[in-house]
Write a protein of this length. Structure first.
Lengths: 353, 511, 336
């Protein structure tokens, strides 16, 4: 009797159903684009998905760590914009390009660590702290300049223009390599390091993780630090792409990053997801964007609506999975002491445990 | 060391929480190769004892020796490092991770810096085999039943333990077959020389698996006994009985109930929670539900009030029949419910006494049928006077009141709705003696005025004083009923200990 | 009885004293450092001056913050208000001239209520976390607004529509009256229906409230609808004030202002007791701060930094752990 139930659980593998849906969706969308528009099915169009979204892939991958622990980081887009302004203005003053990059990364690390510290040490709600962080970073850019600064630094220009040729005359940029390395490192860290598994454990149950002896406070601070670092790296990559620093860059991009994670199968309640997911999520919305572009008459806000709709569908899918899991637990458990509660624990409730 | 050697010794342990002496001079000894039951009713101090031992709470006084060496555990983690592992009723694992990871997280095997998944899987399988478990360790823990998850938790604990294993109510949510599976593991570990502390409410399980029993009551040690030499009835007596004193027996003398049935439950059942219970309450009658903790007494109350849904069975209220219930419907039908856990499910802490009193009445009336402030104050004042709630003002926050007064406010909340049936789950728990008496008198007065009451209490004397009839539950089953002159602590305890027999449904116990 | 009432009044006052102090401080600052801040003059029978300006500009924040107060009281949040504001403005302006004015306004309000309903269903009935649930509408909302405006900035020259956001009534900006009306209406709901009691009860202890017969889900649904409506009203105010609907920039960042106003006003992010008057004062404080920074010649964008820091400080003050740390320190100081 028991055995049957187990086997049933295996067949419906809830851990990878979302990522399979995402892959299927990518194939469908790409297929549809290829059938509908001439020139869509080409290597360069495919590579452009990566070139145009390299920064987003990096940011979303960093964000994924935070989301897996059950937190959130809304400050990512502002940090990217802030970094673009910082690098542009430092380069304008004639600083060495690599020193600028180093400074940017340090800023990102410190920013993320500070947010993580506030969240962990004082049990503040991550949404609130990072919402404030988002404003802080946007506002701080204005202290430097309110104008858009064009970058003329030769190192940045040459990195930006450098083409890595693959498959004939088709090419990718340096940024794509950076993004793919980040994803590879993230996948490795998640699967093969104690830290990576601990991130999942904290997302599964913070209370259990503490009881199992994991350094939960350190992990919490660390994931926000990673997110800050990735935002800064994303900012550098984005600067390569835009070759300008402007604090109004990427308004609302944090939502794109969150959407990429959700569509890529990172559970917003924490504990589940593959680190390759955000990449797939980004590609998914990238294809939608490309389709809208190829269509020609549609304006760009259709992308927003389509991505939002996907976000809704995937959140719903996640919800169904979580409810199923809970229901199964209740059937197995048969415990009646607690009243049915659908909402997951809030931070406040956790702290009371 | 051999079996029978002392493994863990706690001496003269005391612990005081603000206002409560939770443990006073308790001794506890665990030997190698034994399963040792720790028993006692709510508030007896067994969970405090375990929390002190595992470093959740610091102790005020006393010493703990492990293998003869004094130890101090300042946190659960430290206790674990010392070799004292605990498995709680609520499984403290991460169900989103694989079985193997749950066994080894925090100490994952590594090879050249990276996690060595192969080794981890092999080790896990070996570890589980020690407990006669054959699982696919790569699968996520959530794919397995709670019983298996429990077993995995035990495996982790065993692997990290140096001989002491504490199982805190591990069987509460397992079915009979799963319990046997767990017991098999426990026996194996015992035979390997481990000392296992086993906390449970199920008497049969205690007699099936344990070698020794330590009983606590009101924070003090009653004694340590060999299981085979302690009869069930003396166990129950030790747990809930008191020293027999003739003058303490106050039986309810006058009954005021009428034949009219207010509520009748027929075979209400809920899987994993309670087996079919049939029970009716007449107008003006006080019915007691007796049984140990975990016997299904609170679970039954939850079914009546619709907090949990019954799988089967019918409830009759007045002329109407119900198969499903929810609190709002129950309130409309004239039921009131003072839940067991006042803090979590009773009071609304930030609100004032007045607001707490009118809350249920307002909910009954609906959102737009607002009770004007003046009327609210009248109602609140009436009940503050009637129940003698001690407070400087009705605009005080309820969490500033003492436990007894909080309980009175909750009572007032329900009385304001003018209910026909009032369910009181542990109405006097955590309340000072004076208020206890007041609340009991109140229950009698209310019954006299025609209110029907279903009362649950772990203090038998309380029920004998208040109830016209007592229904006894045991191991989630209705085992008997006692009324009138037969009601005394001895007869109730006998029934709790021995069950009602199998041939008759409601046997008479000799008195 | 009068004694108890006075005590109740005292509790109210102690809670509202903080936002009032903050507001007083900022006004005092202006008195000394910003010449002419308190200057008021009557032009064409209308009052003009910085103070009036603050009131006028604070109106949309106030209205949204009132809706947000209810949502936060139940331990929720609504970050989609900015997008709903944009949608409502777009609906109203795109319909003006097509249908009678009152219908355009009505349509905007209905759309706002529908947005609230959508959020409410996701959160109360599907059990999605409030932040996540409202995130969807926040993202899609701007797209929908752009769908309505067809990607352009729509304008209107309807004088009567413009009256809502920039007209004068009895010498004061009309928007103030709208904000006051919303405030009084919600205050009425709080004080003269059981909404206040139920909301505070469920926000404080959901289980107890459910056991007492309150239905938390219905309450949640209702407050999200009210919040959507409030956002729509703010959308009318904003779009009428500038006689145009800008899907991209209307109400951008207003959710943070609203949350800030609520929190400064004394309502805890953890739910429970809520203070409408405090929220109104909080909104006034935020607008005064903005105006002050403007009038000091500081680039207005920098105010975001100030707001961010205020948010952190206020949430730190509400954090139990922060308070504990502080208390321990002061205890140590006493002992030492």
């Amino acid at each position: 009797m028991k055995l049957e139930r187990m086997r049933l659980g295996l067949r419906i593998n809830q851990n990878n159903i979302i990522i399979f849906s995402t892959l299927l969706l990518i194939l469908l969308l790409y297929g549809a684009g290829s059938v509908l528009y001439t020139g869509f099915f080409s290597w360069q169009v495919f590579f452009n998905l990566f070139i145009d979204n390299a920064y987003l892939i990096i940011v979303a991958t960093g964000l994924a760590f935070v989301i897996i622990t059950g937190g959130i980081d809304l400050s990512v887009a502002s940090v990217v914009a802030f970094i673009s302004v910082v690098s542009a203005s430092l380069l304008q003053q004639g600083m060495n390009a690599y020193a600028v990059m180093a400074i940017c990364l340090i800023i990102g690390i410190l920013f993320g660590a500070a947010q993580g510290y506030l969240i962990q040490r004082f049990d503040l709600h991550p949404w609130i702290v990072t919402l404030a962080g988002m404003f802080l970073a946007r506002g701080a850019s204005y202290f430097i300049t309110t104008q858009s600064i064009v970058i003329e630094n030769p190192t940045y220009l040459s990195i930006s223009k450098y083409k890595i040729h693959l498959v004939g005359s088709n090419f990718i940029s340096v940024s794509v390599i950076i993004a793919l390395v980040v994803v590879a490192l993230a996948v490795y860290a998640a699967k093969y390091t104690e830290f990576g598994r601990a991130v999942f454990a904290v997302g599964g149950s913070e209370k259990s993780s503490v009881l199992m002896g994991l350094p939960v406070p350190r992990i919490t601070v660390l994931v926000y630090t990673i997110s800050g670092f990735c935002s800064a790296l994303g900012g550098i990559v984005f600067t390569f792409y835009m070759l300008s620093g402007y604090n109004l860059h990427l308004m609302g991009m944090e939502m794109d990053a969150i959407a990429a994670c959700v569509i890529g199968g990172i559970l917003l309640t924490g504990g589940f997801g593959y680190l390759v997911g955000p990449l797939l999520g980004v590609i998914c919305s990238g294809i939608i964007q490309t389709i809208v572009m190829f269509q020609g008459t549609l304006s760009s806000w259709w992308t927003k609506i389509a991505v939002g709709f996907l976000l809704f569908l995937f959140i719903l899918l996640q919800r169904v999975i979580v409810i199923r899991r809970q229901r199964r637990r209740v059937i197995n458990h048969g415990s009646t002491m607690t009243p049915p509660q659908l909402q997951p624990l809030t931070n406040a409730e956790y702290s009371k445990l | 060391m051999r079996s029978g050697d002392v493994l863990l010794k706690m001496e003269e342990v005391s612990k005081t929480f603000p206002g409560v002496k939770a443990l006073s001079d308790v001794n506890f000894t665990l030997r190698q190769g034994e399963v040792h039951a720790l028993m006692g009713e709510n508030g007896a101090g067994k969970s405090t004892l375990i929390k002190v031992l595992t470093g959740v709470h610091p102790m005020d006084q006393g010493k703990v020796y492990l293998n003869g060496r004094p130890i101090v555990a300042r946190s659960p983690l430290e206790a674990q490092h010392l070799g004292i592992s605990t498995v709680y009723q609520e499984i403290n694992l991460c169900t989103n991770l694989s079985v193997a990871e749950n066994l080894y997280i925090g100490r994952l095997p590594r090879r050249r810096g990276a996690i060595d998944w192969k080794k981890m899987h092999a080790d896990s399988e070996q570890l589980l085999r020690r407990l006669n478990l054959n699982l696919d360790v790569k699968k996520s823990l959530s794919d397995y039943s709670v019983a298996i998850q429990q077993m995995v938790a035990i495996a982790r604990a065993v692997d990290m333990s140096s001989g002491v294993l504490i199982l805190d109510e591990p069987t509460s949510s397992l079915d009979a077959q799963e319990v046997q599976q767990l017991f098999a593991v426990m026996r194996k570990l015992r035979d390997e020389g481990m000392g296992i502390v086993f906390v449970t409410h199920f008497l049969d399980q205690v007699y099936e698996i344990t070698d020794r029993i330590t009983i606590l009551r009101n924070g003090s040690l009653v004694g340590e006994y060999e299981t085979s030499k302690l009869s069930k009835s003396s166990l129950v007596t030790h747990m809930i009985g008191r020293e027999w004193k003739e003058e303490d027996e106050h039986r309810k003398t006058e009954s005021s109930y009428t034949p009219e049935v207010v509520m009748a439950a027929k075979s209400l059942t809920r899987a994993g929670s309670i087996k079919p219970v049939s029970l009716s309450v007449r107008k003006g009658e006080v019915v007691g539900l007796a049984g140990l903790l975990g016997s299904g007494r609170s679970e039954f109350a939850n079914l009546i009030f619709g907090i949990d849904q019954a799988d089967s069975g019918v409830m009759t209220l007045g002329a109407e029949q119900f198969q499903s219930m929810n609190p709002k419907k129950a309130i409309r039908q004239g039921i009131g419910f003072c839940p067991e856990d006042r803090k979590i499910a009773g009071i609304v802490g930030e609100l004032t006494i007045r607001e707490n009193i009118v809350l249920a009445l307002q909910a009954k009336k609906g959102i737009f049928n607002y009770i004007p402030l003046k009327k609210q104050q009248e109602i609140a004042q009436r009940f503050i006077d009637l129940l003698r709630i001690k407070t400087p003002s009705m605009e005080q926050r309820i969490d500033n009141l003492s436990g007894g007064n909080q309980q009175k406010v909750i009572l007032a909340r329900w009385l304001a709705t003018e209910p026909k049936l009032l369910i009181l789950d542990e109405p006097t728990r955590g309340i000072d003696v004076g208020s206890k008496g007041e609340i009991r008198r109140l229950i009698l007065d209310l019954a006299k005025s025609g209110l029907s009451i279903l009362i649950i209490s772990s203090e038998l004397q309380e029920m004998i004083e208040c109830a016209d009839r007592i229904v006894v539950l045991r191991d989630r089953m209705q085992v008997g009923e006692i009324s009138g002159g037969d009601m005394n602590e001895a007869s109730i305890m006998k029934m709790i200990a021995e069950g009602g027999g199998t041939s008759e449904q409601y046997p008479q116990t000799g008195s | 009885m009068s004694n108890t009432r006075r005590r109740a009044a005292n509790i109210m006052h102690t809670k509202i004293i903080w936002p009032l102090t903050a507001l007083a401080a900022i006004l005092l600052f202006n008195l000394f450092f910003v010449p002419g801040f308190f200057h008021m003059e009557i032009k064409d029978g209308h009052l003009f001056g910085s103070l009036i300006d603050i009131l006028n500009r604070a109106a949309p924040i106030m209205v949204i913050a009132i809706g947000m107060t209810l949502v936060i009281a139940k331990e929720g949040i609504d970050i989609s208000v900015g997008s709903v504001l944009a949608i409502a403005g777009a609906v109203a302006i795109s319909l003006i001239g097509v249908v009678p004015l009152w219908m355009a306004i009505g349509a905007a309000l209905i759309v706002g209520a529908l947005c609230g309903l959508w959020n409410g269903v996701l959160i109360a009935y599907l059990g999605i976390q409030p932040m996540v649930g409202t995130l969807i509408l926040m993202t899609v909302g701007r797209g929908i607004a752009q769908l309505i405006t067809e990607g352009k900035v729509l304008t209107t020259d309807s004088k009567s529509y413009g009256f809502i956001g920039k007209g004068f009534f009895l010498g004061l900006p009309f928007s103030i009256f709208i904000a006051a009306f919303v405030f009084l209406l919600v205050l009425y709901l709080k004080k003269r229906t059981a909404l206040g009691l139920f909301l505070e009860a469920t926000g404080t202890n959901k289980v107890s409230s459910e056991y007492a017969g309150v239905e938390p889900r219905k309450i949640y649904l209702f407050v999200y609808i009210v919040c959507g409506l409030c956002a729509a009203i703010a959308g009318l105010l904003v779009s009428s004030n500038i006689s145009s609907a800008d899907a991209n920039n209307a109400g951008l960042w207003i959710e943070l202002d609203a949350i800030l106003a609520v929190v400064i006003g004394g309502t805890s992010m953890r739910g429970g007791r809520f203070f409408l008057a405090g929220t109104v004062i909080g909104a006034l404080f935020i607008q005064s701060l903005t105006t002050t920074i403007y009038s000091m010649g500081v680039p207005p964008e920098r105010i975001m930094v100030v707001k961010a820091i205020v948010v952190i400080i206020v949430s730190l003050m509400q954090s139990d752990r922060f308070r504990q740390m502080f208390q321990q320190k002061s205890k140590k100081a006493v002992i030492g």
